[in-house]
Design a protein around this ligand. Sequence first.
Ligand SMILES: [Fe+2]
Ligand SMILES: [Fe+2]
Length: 398
Amino acid sequence: MQTILPKEQIDFETNKRLLNRYRFIEYESLRILAGWLPATANMELKLAMGRLLWEDAQHVQHLYQRLREVQTPAFRPPDDPALEHLMAQALNAPNEWDLLAGLFRVIKPALVDAYRWHSGQTFANPDAPTLYAFKHILVDEEEQLRWAQAVLADHPVGEWEKTVAELLAAAGGVTGQAARPTRPASDAVGKPFVPPRQAARDTRFSLVNRKAGQVLTDPDIFTRRQLEFENYSQEMLAAETVALVIWLSPEMPWEFTYDSARHCYDETRHCKLGIEWMAQHGIDYTRVPQNTRIYEWRSQYDALTQYTLLTMGNEVHAFPYRHESIKAYSQLDDKLSIQYITYDMADERTHVIYGKRWIPELMARQGIDKPAEQFIEETVALWEKEYRSGLLPLHEHL
Ligand SMILES: [Fe+2]
Ligand SMILES: [Fe+2]
């Protein structure tokens, strides 16, 4: 009998090492997008970032499901300081446009190339589950690259992208297998990232603390309906809080980040739902002042409190109002509004479930050992006092 030398370049050990690298890049990319979402001013970019970070969470999930079949623990650092340095630095972009250029014109195209190359070099049948993961990840990643190409068409390649490219080269590329230059990469052009305490908006918007925390109702059903959808168009504020919570909670289990990426994406979709409803009714959503004070107020608290204020305050208490809306709009035979609200409520029910699942875990990580019910009760009381009242006080001592 002959001994066959395989022609595939990727053996089992190499496969694991590479999968760890891809998983790390996708996960860090998700975290970078979450950190930057509130700090990004352009509304169209913010809306896209919710989707992009959720897609990256799907990619991590695909890779995680494969990795847990081949190694324990499934989540591991890539064991390459240069790769960790690349992703740590990719965060410190000078502005939102450079950030996206670094991610989507340098790192992601190299990642896509690696997925394609890997697909041809692993053992096709023995490693079929990996190929399945890549096939599905590539559908999103290729679309992400097309999106970035269009959105960044007018953004010239600047120093930042060159820096990111150098850092990637210093890591031997995505696979780590390319020759690493001996000259160290320069990383002087960035700006150290600080978790945003303010929600940025572009110059089209005015900012105001208008009727914050109030139930927006009106005896005139058409006015009530418009107020409701204007409010939807501001749900970016919820997406921004969830994004900040993701950023502030790197020690939480992967499943928390996965659920929260979906939560964040949902809130950007609810924001878009408001924008689309208004456009369909001939109203320009940029003329509605944005209550960015809500984000600023929430962001002064720790991640657990922010998350509890949102899920057990806003989200739990939204249902009676939405049920009234459906009843009211049925009288108008307004199918569009009813459909939008029905889908929104399905998401919100899931967000409340996330809250109930993860609040005890966040409490445990913070060493809070009181019963979860008691913590929730106290935090909802805080929400009533500071949010429902419309006061949104900023406590300097926090
Ligand atoms: Fe929402
Ligand atoms: Fe929600």
